[in-house]
Design a protein around this ligand. Structure first.
Ligand SMILES: [Zn+2]
Length: 227
């Protein structure tokens, strides 16, 4: 269901000043130590931010891929609230093929982080060697992490992140822009951290209701854009 996207180029990965402004608006707080934009909306806005594995204050930071787009974040929160993680954890325990693929996702996450460390000049971060995020390699503890990884890596790398993306298709798909109205675009970008940070440092937008479902299957003859 997901097609392959073009690989990120150095130009598209490098965060512009505008990207950093958009990220802070998406998250409701200033962003720090974002070194790459690994996934973008079709309109160009960031979907995921990559944070250096060592922050500029020296802190090791294992969560490399951070889902920033509020529409996706709230849709994934809805999945979490609906019990998707329990169901995935049950399947991980019962399905050795899935468990193996998920371990592969963990290893891919670590490799991608090493590459980012190399490109960003962070160097080795031994404190978090072998530590990925989101519960990988054996548990699912945060679907936002898995979806962020899937968006950054493309389909076929993180099976449970891919599943979660398919499961939010009624609220977000990568072929359309959902940015309009998704964050405050007027005034100054946040200069103070106004958000609550949950596990994984998720911003306060978690827990908002999922976006209204776009009418599609209710009336097959209705074209988009008439609403
Ligand atoms: Zn967009």
């Amino acid at each position: 269901m997901q097609e392959n996207t073009a690989p990120a180029t150095e130009e598209s990965r490098t965060p512009s000043a505008h990207d950093l402004d958009v990220l802070s608006r998406q998250l409701g707080r200033p962003v720090r130590d974002v070194v790459e934009i690994p996934a973008r909306c079709v309109c160009g806005n960031p979907l995921v931010a990559a944070t250096a594995p060592r922050l500029s204050n020296g802190t090791p930071f294992p969560t490399t891929f951070y889902l920033t787009h509020p529409v996706i974040t709230s849709a994934v929160s809805r999945l979490e609230a609906g019990g998707t993680m329990n169901e995935m954890n049950d399947r991980l325990a019962a399905d050795s093929g899935l468990a193996e693929a998920y371990r592969g996702a963990h290893e891919a996450y670590l490799r991608a982080r090493d590459e980012i460390a190399g490109r960003s000049g962070t160097g080795d971060v031994p404190e978090i060697a072998g530590v990925s995020a989101g519960g990988m390699p054996t548990r699912v503890k945060c679907l936002h992490v898995l979806v962020g990884h899937s968006l950054a890596a493309g389909p076929g790398v993180n099976p449970l992140g891919d599943e979660a993306l398919d499961a939010i298709a009624e609220w977000w798909t990568k072929d359309r822009c959902y940015c309009a109205g998704a964050w405050e675009t007027e005034g100054e970008a946040p200069s103070k951290d106004l958000s609550r940070h949950g596990p994984q440092g998720l911003p306060g937008i978690v827990g908002r209701p999922a976006p209204v479902r776009k009418s599609q299957s209710t009336s097959p003859t209705t074209e988009e854009g008439t609403a």
